[in-house]
Ligand binder design. Structure first.
Ligand SMILES: [Zn+2]
Length: 368
């Protein structure tokens, strides 16, 4: 069976192992492949900053007088898929024997970008300048995107190719995300000889968990406590316990309010026991909201109409490089790329969707 170039490219990319912070082999492949396609990539120092072995890659294909359009995808996969063999079953690209993740998230995005470069180079039709950005360590907190040197980019608008789901869906909004740590300090004592002298940090932590709202907080906001640690031995009243969790909201102020109430509850309950509670929170990524009237949103809509693709704006509960790029002044839409069951060994992408994605990107370039 003769495979379309984009499918061949995807298989090559997928079979290069590239877990977060270990994107070197893939970066080297992309440096060479883009050079063949007439685009010299440059690399930044983001890898050094985060203990990885490759940096973000930047490239620019000159075009006509239109404004440049940025295409972005991440190089890392959620975990290693060393030894992966890609097979096609019922028209779907998947991992042979389902022994590995496929890594269609986000090798589909990269394959589509390379195919756009190839087609732009090959055809004699005019195309806008195409800027490419391949990031590292997306899966470990958008670390590569956070280190992107914005001054290296020529574009004001872009497409991030990294949303699961149907080609033709465009992420309209995605939430702010905070990680938080509730630290509970009690007092250690011998559990048998002098329990009265102790303050049980685990018991305080349990009361705090019982007192706060978790799960779906309101229509915009979710919260979770995902980890609890504390104590040293069964005969010691524990002097310390820690709860780790997250809160997300499409309304950033709601997340802040949640964290404030969490902090108040932790302090109050710990004080009731004579202990001390404190909450530390760090923002992992800002919220993004795509303006439907923005040039990039209009282009994605018009291009879909042009090729008869059902267009749909969707809300996502997770973040992507688009959250970071938007917060830094680039208007970026995150597109559905046709992968399903990402981060699992059942992950797949249909050959037809991969081809459709390329067709869609070419249509966006045309209407741009
Ligand atoms: Zn991804």
């Amino acid at each position: 069976m003769l495979l379309e170039p984009v499918v061949q490219e995807f298989i090559r990319l997928a079979e290069i192992d590239s877990p977060p912070r270990q994107e070197r082999a893939l970066a080297d492949y992309l440096l060479a492949r883009c050079a063949e396609l007439g685009v010299q990539l440059s690399e930044d120092d983001a890898g050094k900053e985060i203990g990885g072995n490759a940096g973000n890659l930047y490239g620019f294909l000159p075009g006509d007088e239109r404004e440049p359009l940025l295409l972005c995808a991440h190089m890392d996969t959620v975990r290693s898929n060393h030894g992966l063999k890609v097979v096609i079953e019922d028209g779907k690209l998947c991992s042979q024997g389902r022994r590995h993740i496929l890594g269609a998230d986000d090798k589909v995005g990269i394959a589509a970008i390379l195919e756009v470069l190839r087609r732009c180079q090959e055809s004699r039709h005019a195309h806008p300048p195409i800027e490419v950005l391949f990031t590292i360590a997306e899966e470990t907190g958008l670390l590569g995107a956070k280190s992107v040197d914005i001054t290296r980019l020529h574009s004001k608008h872009g497409l991030v190719l990294d949303a699961g789901g149907r080609v033709g869906t465009v992420v309209k909004r995605s939430p702010v995300h905070y990680e938080f740590l509730i630290k509970v300090h009690g007092r250690a004592a011998h559990a048998g000889n002098s329990p009265e002298a102790g303050i049980n940090a685990i018991q305080i932590a349990a009361q705090i968990v019982g007192a706060i709202k978790l799960g779906r907080i309101d229509e915009y906001t979710t919260a979770n406590i995902g980890k609890i640690t504390g104590g040293a031995a069964i005969n010691i009243v524990p002097d310390y316990a820690e709860l780790t969790g997250e809160v997300r909201s499409h309304r950033p102020e709601r997340a802040t309010e949640y964290l404030e109430s969490l902090s108040a509850v932790a302090k109050r309950i710990a004080a009731e026991y004579g202990g001390r509670g404190e909450v530390e929170a760090t923002q992992s990524f800002p919220a993004m909201q795509l303006d439907e009237g923005s040039r990039i949103a209009v282009a994605t809509r018009d291009a879909a109409a042009k090729i008869g693709l059902r267009y749909e704006l969707v809300t996502k509960g997770g973040g992507s490089d688009a959250n970071i790029l938007n917060s830094r002044g680039l208007t970026c839409a995150n597109l559905g790329i046709g992968c399903y069951l990402e981060h699992s060994n059942e992950e797949y992408v249909a050959v037809a969707d991969l081809e459709k994605l390329v067709e869609y990107l070419m249509a966006i370039c045309e209407v741009w």
